[in-house]
Design a protein around this ligand. Sequence first.
Ligand code: SF4
Length: 118
Amino acid sequence: VSILTELGLHEEDLHWQDLAACKNLAIRYVDEDGQEQVFDPLFENYENDSEPYVVRTSMDEVCFTCPVQKICYDYGVHNKETGVYGGLFLTNGRVDKQRNNHKNPEAWKRVHERVGKL
Ligand code: SF4
């Protein structure tokens, strides 16, 4: 049995997002009005400017375990996205220095090793 079959995936319609480490981080719940809601604590809070260091560094760690980190980064740059792509906060497809200022030299080294030249 192939690993894709085990994961319920089919090669012909497999997208890189299917392998994303962040894919199942979101918490789904039904609110008091019976509406399904999605709470994605890491992404929503990372992308919230006021969020503390621990959330951003935790999300970075998720990206460092992600098998599609470079593909994700390239996608964000190519499509001029804003948000977390490949473990970096991008604004209009460019690495946002202010939103990545929680990264220490070791984290930047890991980014360069996994994503390449920025
Ligand atoms: S690199 Fe990070 S943001 Fe991109 S798919 Fe992987 S876990 Fe998600």
